[in-house]
Design a protein around this ligand. Sequence first.
Ligand code: XMP
Length: 518
Amino acid sequence: KILILDFGAQYVQLIARRVREAGVYCELHPWDVTDQFVREFAPQGVILSGGPASVTAGHEAPRAPQSVFELGVPVLGICYGMQTMAAQLGGQVENATVREFGHATVQTLGESSLFGELCDQKGPRGESLLSVWMSHGDKVTSLPSGFFISAANTVTPIAAMTDETRHFYGVQFHPEVTHTVQGKALLTRFVRDICGLGGDWTMPHFITQAVQAIRAQVGTDDVILGLSGGVDSSVAAVLIHKAIGSQLTCVFVDHGLLRYREAEEVMATFGQHLGLKVIHVDARETFMGHLAGVTDPEQKRKIIGREFVEVFQREAGCLPQAKWLAQGTIYPDVIESAGSKNGKAQNIKSHHNVGGLPETLHLKLLEPLRDLFKDEVRALGVELGLPSEMVHRHPFPGPGMGVRVLGEVSPHFVDLLQRADAIFIEELRSSGWYDQVSQAFVVFLPVRSVGVMGDGRTYEHVVALRAVVTSDFMTAHWAELPYDLLGKVSNRIINEVRGINRVVYDVSGKPPATIEWE
Ligand code: XMP
């Protein structure tokens, strides 16, 4: 396995993704892990990521644990990772007067096994050139002993360095981003050819291992899991079921704020089709009762979150033999909560995930997806027989339609919203747009507007369509859906959902708007 040390690079997760895509298992850890941690981890190769710091800051500058260079395994330093490698092994790094940012071309030099025959273009004299992505101010100005220059361009004369004896490599550019044309091939060479790892990180392999691990972990105990219908909890449920069958009980809380017919679908897929034990808790009235008269978005979120925990706890109490609580925690959740030490971001919205249950349950945690990225979870779901449509669904917030009916939530408004939303999603799917947007839904506005239908005046509700394109949900663009598609959706909603006579399209980006309206 590969150890990736994170120096705070923006795209550090991409390095891990590329390594996993090469079929090699890797883990991401902060740069300040101890030497003991590194030795116990026993990596077969180490990657040092980029980062915003400057090696020239002296003692302040983050450094790799020195043990990384003493393990006798290959090390690849990327950008800051290359600079700290150079500095720690006796080379020199300086603040460059000219920064290099964006597309660049470097010429490969000498015979570095990191590059081998990799080349995406030839220069006028037959030189091997690589198109790469650069983003740096500092640069290595003198090599540590044992290294030679393995790539260069005029701005950055030491764009890559190699020590073939110790198998140490540094690249100033970023192989993890797609702008570096041969980046993926380069990382694959490093982990497979140089570190000699086999490429056995595949889904069927993961399933075999995970099934064994789950059995060993829980033994003959019973496990409960809060099934939400979302991708992560669904995949976790099916995986655990594969491992321990009827020792798993899923609790599905229907708070009445799900998508159109979602409760029936979840019960049909998991209960009937896949044969899981699913307790369907119809808590619609309880939730609606608590939400009555409440209009403040934060208060609504808190009520839904609290009520969810209460209902789940009550159900768990009915299963006293359960010793484990299973959750669909995935790797980005793990990294995010580990990395959030410094500074608290302002609370824009109180998020609640169906997984976030309190410690008062006195259950041990079972999290079989902790090592997986989202797309790996999806691939796993498909491999385990979940319908591809379910596995590739857009995200849906824990409080569901509760934050999409603006203001006070009533069963009637939820019903109108669910039906309008189903029409929008159906049209997105049939036009091929569903997979081109990251998230799409309808929002119910608690205002009425005047319209005319047939010969009569109408005075009915308004809904807004929302569709966004984003890679991380932290920032987002509104999706430029074709007018004819928007027109069709609008017509269908107004004609088929009595009570709605106007449809508008939300053209706000995030920031300054958020994706959800509440
Ligand atoms: P915002 O509205 O903050 O949403 O731009 C960003 C993403 O988060 C989802 N979201 C939630 N997900 N529990 C969740 O699991 C929540 O309480 C919650 N609130 C928002 C939202 O749908 C979007 O994908």
